[in-house]
Unconditional design. Structure first.
Length: 277
């Protein structure tokens, strides 16, 4: 297979790191963004020019545009852009600070929007490419105690689903990846928790307070990374890529419930139509 070039945000850990390691080992090139360049010093030492590391916080919007432009300028064609940078924020909505709310949306949703927007002119000019958005089953299903995390993922899924329809004419395809729990550092190190309010003690929203001590997740991050990489070679691109039996179960239950609620309102919905309709 011809070597490809990838742009991946957040390659210091988790799925971004696993994907980068595999791609480099397979001979592909990776432009990888990190907040701390030392986090990928070992990969740079091992793979040299195959890895183009760039320091970036995706909440820095001018920085996003600069890094994406530089990556395309220096590497030429970039075949796949992967929006991976993000984190989980947990706690009841009332427990979250204004700064936590802003930073979660800025990172998980706005950052991904701006990376895609920065890449689009280049993808159009080169005649196509693939955008892969790392989301979660939490972009379709919800749990108490994760309001802002869900908001960020539902928001970016809506953006990417609409974007796919906008850019298909240019040969640009979009895939939304919806993993279940994976054995990365997402829970132990990546999760951020709100300051608890006593009013929520013993309520469903309080369950997330123990997320860092929860049993290991079922998902194998190496297998998930391999599945995401494999999906980039499919034509047409899968609109959604569900990874993990827990992801399938949560999404199936949520979508089944939503469809049942919709079907139950088929007749009543029509009562608000204009007679001319």
């Amino acid at each position: 297979m011809t070597a490809r070039t990838w742009l991946i945000t957040g390659v210091s850990s988790g799925l971004g790191r696993r994907m980068t390691e595999r791609l480099l080992a397979d001979g592909d090139r990776v432009a990888g963004t990190v907040r701390d360049p030392d986090a990928v010093a070992d990969l740079k030492s091992a793979y040299g020019d195959q890895l183009w590391p760039a320091e970036l916080d995706v909440t820095d919007l001018p920085g996003v545009r600069r890094v994406v432009d530089e990556a395309f300028e220096e590497l030429g064609r970039i075949d796949v852009v992967v929006n991976n940078a993000g984190y989980g924020l947990f706690g009841a909505a009332e427990e979250l600070s204004d700064e936590q709310v802003r930073h979660e949306i800025d990172t998980n949703m706005t950052g991904s929007v701006q990376v895609a927007r920065a890449a689009l002119p280049h993808l159009r000019e080169q005649g196509g490419g693939r955008i892969i958005q790392i989301s979660t089953y939490g972009g379709q299903a919800t749990h108490p105690g994760a309001t802002l995390y869900h908001a960020s993922k539902w928001g970016i899924e809506g953006f990417m689903e609409s974007l796919a329809k906008e850019v298909a004419a240019f040969g640009i395809e979009v895939t939304i990846v919806e993993p279940g729990g994976a054995r990365t550092g997402f829970r132990s190190g990546g999760a951020r928790l709100a300051e608890p309010l006593a009013a929520y003690d013993g309520t469903p929203a309080a369950v997330v307070r123990g997320i860092r001590n929860a049993p290991p997740s079922p998902g194998d991050p190496a297998k998930m990374a391999a599945a995401i990489i494999e999906s980039a070679g499919r034509t047409p691109a899968p609109r959604r890529l569900v990874l993990g039996s827990d992801s399938y179960r949560f999404m199936h239950d949520a979508l089944t419930e939503r469809l049942a609620e919709l079907e139950a309102q088929k007749e009543s919905a029509a009562t608000t139509d204009s007679p001319a309709a």
